[in-house]
Design a protein around this ligand. Structure first.
Ligand SMILES: Cc1cc2nc3c(=O)[nH]c(=O)nc-3n(C[C@H](O)[C@H](O)[C@H](O)COP(=O)(O)O)c2cc1C
Length: 153
């Protein structure tokens, strides 16, 4: 909604210089009210507004997937389920998860981990980025460096 997850993802990505990497953003465009309307459509499993972005999701050639989500009402937005559905069976692939939040982040990461494991993913690291107002990049870069060092893909 406000680019906080994107900013965090890009900061993490900037630290992954030991690895070949692709960045597959899925983002809502338009004014705030338009974004809210698009978000609402997800409730009816209508993903037509972001179909072209979703159709780029092919992770079969990657050793590690890093998935980041904002927290909306203590969970990731419903699009998360659709992303996982499109990724298919992850067959033991390594996955790192993160979320961004303003207040608590609730059980968003727990939910993500559970769902990823249900489709065969192996969650090897996770982080929550919680800031009420300005979300910086320092902690995200630190997390990215940690992944960069620890993962052999
Ligand atoms: C509809 C909506 C629901 C939200 N619910 C929560 C919440 O339950 N807990 C929380 O800590 N932050 C909540 N937030 C704040 C977002 O999680 C936070 O601003 C996040 O970093 C947004 O990322 P984005 O800019 O990538 O969408 C909510 C924001 C919106 C718009």
């Amino acid at each position: 909604m406000s680019g906080r997850t994107k900013k965090t993802a890009e900061a993490i990505a900037s630290a992954l210089n030991n690895h070949e990497m692709s960045y597959l953003p899925i983002e809502l465009t338009g004014k705030f009210v338009e974004k809210i309307k698009k978000l609402d459509k997800f409730e009816n499993n209508d993903y037509s507004d972001i179909e072209s972005q979703l159709s780029n999701l092919d992770v079969s050639n990657y050793g590690l997937i890093i998935i980041g989500m904002p927290t909306y009402g203590n969970s990731p937005p419903k699009i998360f389920n659709e992303i996982l559905r499109r990724l298919g069976n992850l067959n033991g692939k390594m996955v790192v998860i993160f979320n961004t939040a303003r207040f608590t982040g609730g059980k968003c990461l727990d939910f993500m981990k559970e769902k990823i494991e249900e489709v065969g993913g192996r969650v090897i690291d996770q982080s929550k980025f919680r800031k009420l107002f300005w979300i910086g990049t320092k902690n995200a870069i630190k997390f990215g460096k940690q992944i960069n060092e620890n993962v052999n893909s």
